[in-house]
Design a protein. Sequence first.
Length: 113
Amino acid sequence: MVDAPSTLIRAASGVVIVGAAVIAFAALAGGCAPETGEVTDRDYSPAWTSTTTSCSTTGQTRTCTPHTSYHPESYTLRLDDGQDAGWREVAPSEYERCHVGDHYPACARGDRS
């Protein structure tokens, strides 16, 4: 017989671990972008929320609690310096100023030369 509450908790824990791994990878990937380079792509992700539920059982009582997480909007530029390429998170104003083909960070300062 399967203990359903403990199975749900293990499944929810797995989701949390996978989510944490994805966030850690994204942070590392963003940190590997060159400091300067040609803008080769742009990406905007609107803000979003996610909800997970965790459940616990004490005796005959099962309690489930929803947890809502807010994920803010993000602005990223893909930079290529001729040796390395990667995604760099930037401020909204930098995103608006820099377009594919521009050189970062000159474009972020408004320098089009």
